[in-house]
Design a binder for this molecule. Structure first.
Ligand code: BGP
Length: 468
């Protein structure tokens, strides 16, 4: 019989910027996401707020005002945890204030207390594509070391105030996406030739590694019970060779390792041996000090949080960009695809868990997995059979991975309520077990409505997986 064991953290995950709305309420400053109204994959970036349409991300699903009712719904499904982010600019509107905003801290204190009251562990992403905009325009985001101290000031404020409520933290959402979407992931606008652009990317990564290590140190000083995690986008690590040609097999391995580079540094506490060659071949100029390397070594992360949506296939010369998560590559004849072209690959998740367990031997937390679809309301109901099939198939493989010996501490479905899609900035791509009445044009009552998947996930949690 399927059993996920004691204390498995069943739940769901969202991000402040894709759900809260209230983008300028109670003193919140503008952040990166307020300029990403066409999504993180948008080709053109306008850093001026007034050049960006206001819908949907500015209003999102109004989780800001409705979170109590929404969390009740999550509780009804039996959630043991709920992952969301703190919008950095609710706490430090420009990122540079000396003192945190009381309104911002009080807001999250109440939100996390509500979760606790409902029996849910808050799982908190400290920065989910939400760097205050001022830090982009003034410092070009994480390319500047100035952001390390500003981020730590922010961490200190939230650890001190919210630490009694939160045990699970993640420092940066999908930190490895800095290579594909440097603006969203690190507030960086690239400029110059290829070597310069790559140097900006790796300098920003390095600065985030230092911030991650120092945040880990600070967290353990302030909150002895805290678990400090990384969060990586690891769909790109499940990549299969399209042929048996040695070049393709090697290329596949190198791409997989590229996805894991960030975890290599943050969990093992040092730059991997292959980094030297990356520096020379790409002519990278980086400012890395001994002192910073010592901190990276001394304060590695405690657990590995990751997102997984799909796998890909690599063949030399076939290189189709595929939205969040990187390369999509060649079609895989063995897999069906979603409406957004993402191959559905539950076994890929088992493969990934095994790979990560072998490589890092740290607790794994699947903090994003989900199925985006357009839902149809028929006679007042939503029969989202494909979403249910995706959910069950992936959870069966998670259970297999547990049997394989992987130390998986929890699973949070992405977007248990319909929220704004990060990739496209639209409402059309829905992940929810709960439907939210709002369309791409910003019309709708915001009414919440349970889909069939709501009852299915509820049953899975209630039976600790036995109903699978
Ligand atoms: C991840 C992000 C989430 C998210 C998810 C689904 O990259 O961490 O913020 O939304 O992808 O992507 P999308 O909304 O583009 O379908």
């Amino acid at each position: 019989m399927v059993d996920f064991g004691d204390g498995f953290l069943w739940g769901g995950a969202i991000a402040a910027n894709q759900a809260e709305g209230a983008w300028n309420v109670a003193g919140k400053g503008p952040d990166i996401s307020d300029t990403l109204t066409h999504g993180i994959m948008a080709k053109e970036i306008h850093t001026k707020i007034e050049e960006n349409a206001y819908y949907p991300s500015h209003e999102a699903i109004d989780f800001y005002h409705r979170y109590k009712d929404d969390l009740e719904l999550m509780h009804e499904m039996g959630f043991k945890c709920f992952r969301t982010s703190i919008a950095w600019s609710r706490i430090f509107p420009t990122g540079e204030e000396e003192k945190p905003s009381e309104a911002g801290l009080a807001y999250y204190e109440e939100m996390f207390s509500t979760m606790k009251r409902l029996g849910m562990e808050p799982v908190v992403t400290i920065s989910h594509y939400e760097t205050p905009l001022n830090l982009v325009t003034k410092y070009n985001g994480w390319t500047s070391k100035k952001l390390i101290s500003l981020y730590l000031r922010y961490c200190k404020a939230i650890f001190k105030r919210l630490g009694h409520l939160v045990n699970y933290w993640m420092t940066f959402n999908e930190i490895n996406n800095v290579r594909t979407i440097p603006y969203a992931a690190a507030g960086v606008l690239l400029s110059g030739n290829k070597a310069e652009r790559l140097s900006q990317i790796y300098q920003a990564s390095h600065n985030m590694f230092v911030a991650n290590a120092r945040a880990n140190k600070l967290a353990h000083q302030i909150m002895p019970k805290a678990h400090m995690g990384v969060m990586l986008s690891l769909s790109g690590a499940v990549i299969y060779a399209g042929t048996t040609k040695p070049e393709d097999v090697l290329g596949t391995y190198q791409l997989q390792r590229r996805s894991l580079f960030f975890a290599d540094v943050q969990l093992r506490g040092k730059y991997p041996s292959y980094f030297k060659r990356m520096i020379t071949e790409n002519h990278l100029t980086l400012d890395i000090t001994e002192n910073e390397l010592a901190d990276i070594k001394a304060f590695p992360s405690d657990y590995l949080g990751f997102s997984y949506y799909r796998s890909s296939v690599y063949e030399t010369g076939v290189n189709t960009a595929g939205g969040t998560g990187g390369l999509l590559g060649k079609p895989n004849p063995y897999l069906k695809i979603s409406k957004w072209g993402w191959p559905i690959d539950p076994i890929g998740l088992r493969y990934l868990c095994n790979l990560l367990q072998d490589r890092y031997d740290k607790p794994l937390f699947i903090v994003e997995n989900g199925y985006g679809d357009e839902d149809k309301i028929i006679d007042g109901k939503i029969h989202d059979q494909e979403r249910i099939a995706y959910l069950k198939a992936h959870l069966i493989e998670v259970h297999e991975a547990l049997q394989d010996g992987c130390n998986i501490i929890g699973y949070t479905w992405w977007g248990p309520l319909d929220i704004v899609s990060a990739g496209t900035g639209e409402m059309r791509k829905r992940y929810g077990f709960v439907y939210v009445d709002k369309n791409n044009a910003g019309e709708g009552t915001l009414r919440r409505m349970k889909k069939d998947s709501f009852y299915e996930y509820q049953k899975i949690i209630q039976t600790n997986g036995a109903s699978l």
